[in-house]
Design a protein around this ligand. Structure first.
Ligand code: ZN
Length: 270
């Protein structure tokens, strides 16, 4: 909702993309459930939904480009050997051949990357020291999220990324991918995540809320608006989702969004 309002307030387009490049982890019909929920809430997207599973040739083209530039190297480490960050660079200078069962890692450089997040403020991260050289093509041949998301942001002409703060620490790695491919960097704004008393994303523990969403979508929108630090007009109670969104788009104030990474739900209701 925060990204929708931010885009619409600026007169921009709002795009929906399905991150479905990891087949074992993609739940069947998850896409229709997600799109159905957006429609119930009146959150109408622009253009066609982009499925990352349709973009595999573009990802392998980017891998080829990075490889040709000497920025990648094959890694033969087993997953359990490198499960802890940062990757120590075991295979960096081994001159291994690319092949089945080997991942490809992108070389990182030492030094701190700084960027200004439009909600969370200035963020510093040392990708080389904290993450190390990271995988862009997995050993099973699948494209890693950092690469796919950067390629698609550019291809779709995304100028602004507004997403959950759980991805704030992924941003520096994505900036590194952009730089390695010679792509421009969009603006970023990371919204606080709504979590339950155990710190779990509320979107992952939806139960009662799913029913509430169907029966009272307007009430859900008003509740989320309050979490986003907006101050919805009391007269909006009982209004249609489209009226609430029209009001919220006109009055959207990014600067009012709480500058925190998580907001805890205090009661059992959204
Ligand atoms: Zn390795």
């Amino acid at each position: 909702m925060g990204s929708y309002l931010d885009a619409r307030h600026a007169g921009g387009r709002w795009l929906v993309r399905m991150d479905d490049i990891d087949p074992p982890r993609v739940a069947r019909h998850a896409d229709s459930l997600i799109l159905g929920a957006l429609e119930t809430l009146g959150l109408q997207w622009d253009g066609d939904v982009l499925y990352q599973s349709s973009r595999l040739p573009a990802y392998s083209g980017a891998v080829d480009q990075l490889h040709a530039a000497g920025l990648l190297y094959p890694c033969a480490c087993k997953r359990r050997e490198v499960s802890r960050h940062p990757y120590p660079g075991t295979c960096r200078e081994q001159g291994l051949q690319d092949g089945p069962g080997r991942s490809l890692r992108l070389r990182t450089t030492a030094g701190v990357v700084s960027f200004v997040d439009d909600i969370q403020g200035i963020h510093h991260q040392n990708v080389g020291a904290e993450t190390g050289d990271f995988v862009v093509r997995r050993a099973d041949g699948l494209t890693a999220y950092h690469l796919a998301v950067v390629i698609d942001d550019h291809w779709q002409g995304v100028t602004r990324v507004v997403r959950g703060a759980d991805l704030l620490t992924s941003t520096a790695a994505q900036l590194h991918v952009q730089e390695s491919l010679g792509l421009p960097t969009p603006g970023y704004a990371h919204l606080p995540m709504i979590v339950d008393a155990h710190g779990r994303k509320i979107s992952k523990s939806l139960g009662a809320e799913a029913a509430l969403l169907k029966s009272q979508p307007g009430a859900v929108l008003l509740s989320v608006l309050r979490y986003l630090g907006q101050d919805p007009d009391p007269g909006l109670a009982g209004s249609s989702v489209l009226d609430i969104l029209a009001w919220a788009t006109r009055h959207w104030r990014l600067e009012a969004v709480p500058k925190v990474r998580q907001l805890q739900v205090t009661s059992h209701k959204l």
